[in-house]
Design a protein around this ligand. Structure first.
Ligand code: A2P
Length: 311
């Protein structure tokens, strides 16, 4: 970790920057590949880690931009098989200003563009980019991947690390991992699914890999409204109970912090939470249905079998 500090970044060179949504969408998400050959980052990152990007120029206070972390979307051996080309999945942040604090201009609702995400999405092949890292020591695959089964949960760009991990598990040079692997991807619309074709192909090639999508703003075939990841787990309880009750299963959660709320409530409701988290004081005597986000934050402590990367 932290082989390259943000104060002394190294220079990578963009290889390609391509949209990776599933058709026309109101959001813009890229698969960005960057060559880091001949830097300390080459060959030293691992699937599931992140790296830092330092946007050139100064912020509105005249200070250099702070480092921003992006999840790797590639396996440990990189996009090139030799650890020289890393990748990530930046999404353009487009939003409106809204008053946050007392004194903020309540009439200001002008367009706001995320600095680093739009910088990355604008890059072209050949452009240079300042990088640091690698970062994160917990959101990693286990040392012996065959010893475990996996439930991977993602919302939006939280899918990035799983692209790398699945490549590592299923397209390993020594042959594919035979464990049960379930990926659940949550997006607003079908067109927002990321790397969708890649996961569909993997699922046709590997009987042990199961790809599920939870689309929140499109009705289900039976007329019910769209669903979040935890509702999909509930709907497919018969499929997920044996996986979650298994003694070798690991849960990975990457994406919106709110996703934890539904997940931990779902696990507790079915008495499946014990191996994945410890419940502490604020939750004593309370039914899962009434847990609040704040209580979950203080009262749920993930064990080594539950990896969280939420924002
Ligand atoms: P929605 O926005 O319809 O409420 P993206 O990052 O591309 O916007 O996708 C995030 C996805 O996660 C959306 O489908 C969003 O639904 C969904 N989402 C929002 N809040 C939660 C939550 N608490 N638990 C699970 N999924 C959520």
């Amino acid at each position: 970790m932290n082989l390259v500090k943000p104060s002394k970044p190294v220079t990578g060179r963009v290889v390609a920057n391509e949209l990776c949504m599933n058709g026309k969408s109101s959001s813009f998400v890229k698969h960005l590949t960057i060559d880091v050959s001949d830097t300390p980052l080459a060959g030293t990152f691992r699937a599931g880690q992140s790296f830092g990007v330092i946007t050139p120029g100064k912020d509105e206070k005249g200070k250099p931009h702070k480092v921003r972390l992006y999840s790797l979307a590639c396996p440990t051996w990189g996009e090139d098989g030799a650890g020289n080309v890393l990748s990530t999945t930046p999404k353009r942040l487009l939003d409106e200003h809204r008053p946050q604090r007392r004194g903020d201009d309540s009439d200001n609702h002008r367009l706001f563009l995320g600095v680093c995400s739009n910088y990355l999405c604008d890059l072209n092949a050949g452009d240079e980019v300042s990088l640091s890292g690698p970062n994160s020591k917990r959101f990693l695959l286990p040392v012996d991947p065959d010893d475990h089964d996996y439930l991977f949960l993602a919302t939006g760009t939280g899918i990035a690390p799983y692209r790398g991990m699945l490549e590592e598990l299923l397209n390993a040079p020594g042959g594919p991992c035979k464990s049960q692997i379930h990926l659940v991807m949550g997006t607003p619309y079908t067109s927002d699914l990321l790397y969708h074709d890649y996961f569909e192909v993997l699922a046709t090639q590997h009987d042990n890999f199961h790809y599920h999508t939870a689309i929140s703003r499109e009705p289900l075939p039976d007329g019910r409204r769209g669903r979040y990841i935890d509702s999909l787990l509930e709907d497919k309880l018969n499929e997920f109970t044996p996986l979650l009750a298994g003694s070798r299963t690991l849960i990975y959660v990457c994406g919106l912090a709110g996703m934890q709320l539904g997940l931990f409530k779902f696990l507790a409701r079915h008495d499946l939470d014990g191996d994945y988290c410890e419940r502490r004081k604020p939750l004593d005597g309370l039914a899962p249905e009434v847990w609040t986000p704040e209580q979950i934050k203080r009262g749920i402590h993930p064990t080594g079998r539950c990896m969280l990367e939420v924002y």
